[in-house]
Design a protein around this ligand. Sequence first.
Ligand SMILES: [Zn+2]
Length: 416
Amino acid sequence: MIKEREEKLKKGQKVAGKAIWLEGFLVLLKFIVGLLSGSLVLISDAIHSASDVVSIITSWFGLKIAQRKASQRFPYGFYKAESLGALLISFLIIYASWEMFTKGYDRLFSFSQIKMPLLAIGISFLDALVLFFFGKYEIRVGKQIGAQSLTAMGEENRTHLFSSTAVLIGILAAYYRIPYLEGLIIIGISLLIFKIGLMATKNSVFALMDVSPSEPFKDKVGEAIESVPGVEEFFDLRLRQSGPFVFGETKVGIRKSIDVKRAHEISEKIEKNIKKKIPKIDSFSIHVEPFRSDFHHLVIPVRDKKGLDSFLSGYFGRAPYFLFINLKGKKIKGFYFLKNPYKNKSVRAGLSVSKMIVKQKSDILLTVEIGEISFHVLKDNLIDVYQVKNEKARKIINQFIEDKLPQLVEATRKKD
Ligand SMILES: [Zn+2]
């Protein structure tokens, strides 16, 4: 499982690496053509793309650093290095947007001297086309490996179709000396750069402050916890973002009667289940709390069908009927009978009956006697067994409610 995650990390890193080269090349091209043609719009768009590239470099660096093993000095790993790097770079991007904004303002009252309009337009068009398809690829891989940053980058790249159209209009506006338009477009692009910077600042500051992931993400973790058998409830679920990963902790309620070994097994299962279903989770700690349920679904082997006045059967596997009772707190909320279809089974009637009880989702069995195999089947399914005397059902239910019954820790007889 850890290997699978490492592979995903490597794949994400590879795509980010490709993006850096490709987009870096486009930035350079736009910058050079911008300088040669004298189009300030194209230069500002080159800076916009440079901000994109710089953001990818930080996330690529983040993924790289995330693969570094935690050390004794940094036991929680180096994930936050990404957020720290992103924060510093976001300031740089915001500064660039301000520079661009003032230049755009100046251009409201003057014109760029455009020399090679067709080349400038061609480059801008090429940029939009390449990034449109590369963005599609990034989104696909991002979804496949669950890397949100990659998907976001891909989506951003596809918006270049619009910014490149604006660049095209800006170049033509300068060439044909249409007033204000070039300056306005540069200001528009500077605002776009400002937005990239602002988002980067927000994301990195939030990550540095241990922001909790989105609600749907939290719900997914909750589902993974609840689906583990033996978990009665969970509360105080806390998650925190750390670079590209998430750390988490929760308290789970496990029935008081379950021993330490089983409780430990349950928490291991929770951890495994979470990491399997949500690969972004790096580590998860579980705090076990004793849980005393208010609801019980009791089962009692009985001799006859006389409601709560039915008399207990002296046998478990060969009892004629089973009485199932819903208990809430100290109140009986309802009951029903099931006929024992295995009563006359030649061997292992107890085992078949135990399976039937598991299916009915009982959590408590009150019985006079029980064999070893049956007892273990019930224990494995977290059903507690209490020993009772041959009485009327009503009486022993009251004894259970008053907590006066001894819980069995082993079968009453060796043979099943
Ligand atoms: Zn962009």
